[in-house]
Design a protein around this ligand. Structure first.
Ligand SMILES: Nc1nc2c(ncn2[C@@H]2O[C@H](COP(=O)(O)OP(=O)(O)OP(=O)(O)O)[C@@H](O)[C@H]2O)c(=O)[nH]1
Ligand SMILES: [Mg+2]
Ligand SMILES: [Zn+2]
Length: 312
């Protein structure tokens, strides 16, 4: 039997069988642990898998069909473990907030670079715009919106609380398989509940003292949108460690840096110290945002022992 993985709790995988033959909870089989790969979840939501029912206490997940694409992250800069966030996506939506919690531009850029590397179209969704109660913050949001739109990304501004801007997101999601990712507490589950009225997924608080989320969502789950398409809720992540980036490739995943690097004197320029570097000139003149260049450097600086070749 073949089916689509719609939920993964770690110990159990929920599969929707092909041809409307129902939903089954499956166990993972040990051999699916990838050899030599410290992957915390060999099967991800969005995977197409074979389900084998050999009459044990529960069916097991057998083979995984080759993936069209996936989004992957390392748990932190130091961790050697990685996690496939979701597979077979039409787009990856990063939910970010300027406050309660504050999403760092490094986090945003690492996510976007990963989406570029794995060829998943990325959308940036700034939630909680209702909390931007002063001119300074609204200005900051406008700047970020302009920055990312100019690079070429779709940027949506919204509030899951007031419903402002939700229509733009609804249109963006329509008919597609989308992942929602982001820090804990940015409102991923709140957005799901807005987009899928009968979803009733659990929503948590943001702590008053640290303005951080409480890691309310603990497993990934796919929900169907009323107008067609589906959306994947995921647990909030603290950091977005990149995987499988060769030093020379990193610039390819920052579209505006890559465009300008054509004009660098050396064609193997890393844009760190070389003379005649058009990228550093563009950072100086403000044509490339310093925040983007800083994120670029932060990926270059990652521990090379954390590099893996694409495992799949
Ligand atoms: N003011 C405001 N609060 C929001 C908005 N969206 C969500 N919240 C609140 O933010 C808190 C966290 O929301 P969740 O939807 O649980 O966030 P999450 O991203 O799913 O968090 P994790 O599951 O922990 O990753 C809740 O108290 C929500 O009510 C918004 O647009 N504006
Ligand atoms: Mg959640
Ligand atoms: Zn250069």
């Amino acid at each position: 039997m073949k089916g689509l993985v719609i939920k993964n709790t770690g110990s159990w995988v929920t599969v929707r069988l092909e041809g409307g033959s129902g939903i089954v909870n499956c166990k993972m089989r040990g051999v699916l642990r990838l050899k030599g790969m410290r992957c915390t979840n060999p099967v991800a939501v969005g995977d197409i898998v074979q389900v084998e029912d050999k009459g044990g206490d529960a069916p097991v997940v057998g083979a995984i069909e080759p993936r069209k694409n996936y989004i992957i992250r390392r748990a932190s800069n130091l961790s050697k473990e990685f996690q496939i966030i979701a597979a077979n996506l039409d787009q990856a939506v990063l939910v970010a907030t300027l406050t309660n919690p504050e999403t760092s531009t490094t986090f945003i850029d690492r996510f976007l670079a990963t989406a570029e590397a794995y060829q998943v179209p990325a959308v940036l969704c700034f939630n909680k715009v209702d909390l931007l109660d002063n001119e300074g913050m609204r200005h900051q949001l406008t700047e970020l919106q302009t920055l990312y739109r100019n690079i070429g990304y779709t940027v949506i501004l919204m509030s899951a609380r007031t419903g402002d801007g939700a229509e733009a997101l609804r249109e963006q999601l329509s008919g597609k398989m989308s992942l929602l990712s982001g820090n804990s507490g940015v409102g991923k589950s709140s957005i799901i509940n807005l987009m899928v009225p009968d979803a009733h997924v659990r929503v948590g608080d943001v702590s008053n003292t640290h303005h951080k989320g409480m890691h309310t969502t603990t497993f990934s789950e796919m929900l169907d949108l009323p107008g067609g398409g589906s959306i994947i809720d995921t647990p909030g992540v603290k950091a977005f460690g990149t995987i499988d980036f060769e030093r020379a490739e990193v610039a390819h995943y920052f579209p505006e840096i890559f465009r300008i690097s054509d004009n660098c004197r050396f064609n193997n320029c890393t844009h760190t110290h070389e003379p005649g570097c058009a990228v550093r000139d563009a950072v100086e003149s403000g044509e490339i945002a310093l925040s983007r260049y800083t994120s670029y450097l932060s990926i270059l600086d990652e521990d090379p022992s954390n590099k893996y070749r694409k495992p799949f």
